[in-house]
Write a protein that binds this ligand. Structure first.
Ligand SMILES: [Zn+2]
Length: 343
């Protein structure tokens, strides 16, 4: 364990014991929203290009135990309405959200949510679900990993394709994360072209079965359980890049299709990659949604715009103690906003 982690855990323990970061002090009168992405077993997480975006079922179980002890948990639609209605609750309000409608959420999160009696919100990117096609960053990530594992010349081929797209793969993270981060800066066409080229070069290697998305049928089962389904756009595009027509399609058509498929009102929108601006927020409000979430860190108060709600991304590496367990003190430290480097 690094000195930094040691100091962090020490500070977390002290602040929790003294009540400084305790939810009953920090989160009262506010709406907190937790974000999860994938829920993968450890062996799957090791094979996933972005392990930091995944929690294991055991880790999710620990997060859920913490949440039920300290918060009043529910879907975002329900918790937001209760918050707006100034409902008095014994514990502070927390909504749980899962992005991208990954099948692992259905397989691994659903039973745990049932066991903890928690309802959550799942955000579905409609075209990816419809076509059962991985989101571009996952396709790119798996192709990069496959190229790196090719015995002869895979890495050279990879670096050549990245260089042709104007990317270096250099940066503070792993090669695959650096490359995907750089690819977000490309224009849409160039980005999609790059993904196709990498997938073609990694030819013969298919993303593993565990990486697939939920079907509409599985989303409908979650809705029938009492979970909320929200829209995560049609194409998982970076919304500020869309012109007005594309924007109307991304927000309006995704809402229409999900409502038709699920028979549930679709009231919540999640900006892909968290990217938004005044124009996109207006488009979401205009399409009939009641709220939208970003990836900006923090909890929400009276001052927060309903169409730019803040969330707390649940990253395991920031919530572990020295033995690797998820413990209340470190989660509370992270969610309190006092944790260094969040702003
Ligand atoms: Zn997403």
């Amino acid at each position: 364990m690094s000195t930094k982690t040691f100091l962090r855990n020490g500070a977390a323990g002290f602040l929790f014991l003294t009540g400084v970061t305790a939810p009953q002090r920090r989160a009262v009168g506010r709406l907190s929203i937790a974000t999860f992405h994938r829920v993968l077993h450890e062996a799957e997480r090791q094979a996933y290009p972005f392990p930091g975006l995944a929690v294991t079922p055991e880790e999710l179980d620990a997060f859920l135990a913490y949440f039920t002890e300290y918060f009043d948990c529910g879907t975002l639609a329900r918790q937001h309405e209760r918050y707006l209605g100034s409902e008095a609750t014994a514990r502070p309000l927390l909504a749980l959200t899962f992005d991208d409608a990954q099948h692992d959420n259905y397989r691994n999160a659903r039973p745990l949510l049932a066991r903890h009696h928690i309802k959550a919100t799942f955000f579905a990117p409609v075209i990816a679900v419809e076509r059962q096609e991985l989101l571009w960053h996952d396709r790119m990530g798996f192709a990069v990993l496959a190229l790196l594992q090719q015995p002869r010349g895979g890495r050279e081929r990879l670096m050549e394709i990245l260089a042709n797209a104007g990317l270096s793969g250099n940066g503070p993270l792993s090669l695959v994360r650096n490359a995907v981060h750089e690819a977000k800066g490309l224009a849409l066409e160039a980005r999609l072209h790059l993904v196709e080229e990498l997938a073609a070069a990694a030819d013969g290697s298919h993303p593993p079965e565990f990486a697939r998305l939920m079907t509409f049928g599985e989303l409908a089962e979650l809705a029938a359980d009492g979970h909320e389904i929200g829209s995560h756009s049609m194409t998982h595009c970076l919304m500020p890049e869309c012109d007005d027509r594309a924007l109307a399609y991304e927000v309006g058509e995704s809402r229409r299709i999900l409502q038709a498929r699920l028979g549930q009102p679709i009231e919540t929108f999640c900006y892909p990659n968290g990217n938004t601006d005044a124009r996109t927020a207006r488009a979401v409000a205009g399409a009939g949604y009641r709220r939208a979430v970003t990836t900006a860190w923090g909890s929400n108060g009276r001052e927060t715009d309903h169409f730019r709600l803040r969330r707390c991304d649940m990253v395991t590496e920031h919530a572990r103690d020295s033995r690797g367990n998820i413990v209340p003190a470190t989660v509370a430290f992270r969610m309190s906003g006092l944790y260094p480097g969040l702003k």
